[in-house]
Design a protein around this ligand. Sequence first.
Ligand SMILES: *Cc1c(COP(=O)(O)O)cnc(C)c1O
Length: 307
Amino acid sequence: MALHIHTPLLQSRPLSLLTGKTVWLKMEALQPVGSFKIRGIGAVCETYARQGKTRFVSSSGGNAGIAAAYAGRQLNIPVTVVVPETTTARAKALIEQEGAEVIVHGASWMEANALAQSLLDDSSAFIHPFDNAEMWAGHGSLIDEAVEADIGFDSVIVAVGGGGLLSGVIAGLQRNGLGQLPVLAVETNGADSLAQSVAAGKRIELPAITSIATSLGAKAVCENAFAVTQQHPVRCATVSDAQALAACEQFLHDHRVLVEPACAAALATLYSGDAALLSEFQRPLVVVCGGATATLEQIQAWRKQLG
Ligand SMILES: *Cc1c(COP(=O)(O)O)cnc(C)c1O
């Protein structure tokens, strides 16, 4: 049995009324780990387990680390997650709650990742947070479920960090004969490595991440995420941190689910976005990708900070 669940597909009455469209929500926030990540990471971990790997190693202090820890617990394989000192107490607690070992090392992800790599041997597997083709195929199951439900969506709105989710959405569309369906790829300003790459016509690396949406904080997207923008109708959009935070609160109010600002970035294109951007979309499917590291207190504190 897969490690992820089939998530609810809801027609959002508040967002449909607000936008004059039929807005569908794919509720990945309701996965057992709180985000879509278990779809692809679960598939990758199952393969490694079948190959006889006896340890999983991750360097993500976010939802990818939580998903790897969950997968390891389900598969009875020990997991080590090396995270940088900047990782929140909540994220560490969520990883430890799944029974994984957390090692705090280094000022940034680079140092944590270097230590994680040094721990690898023939019997252990590194679980990358976004750059893995089998993972993309796994993420694509959320599109399979939406197609199966026969709701007639005409576009997909999705948040982009390293581009694993975007890669998975497009893999899912292509294998369902929907290779022409437009996709709106959303980032926050300051984590907009895909939008800047598309504007430059080549994959670029941001000098730093300056957005609060840490789950979108990849300085560069994976090669495949940039490549799919050249092969598939992908449009890029960016929202401000303030818009993402406002969307967190509004979505909590409308649908009683708390998501990270990373996820709310996609929702913000509907709550406060540029209407022209969505003019061709009548029945958008929004990937409510979730995120377990958000707390209401943190979101309210950020909102105060940003005025
Ligand atoms: C990982 C993650 C993203 C971004 O996914 P990528 O595959 O890195 O593009 C967005 N939102 C949440 C909540 C995430 O955990």
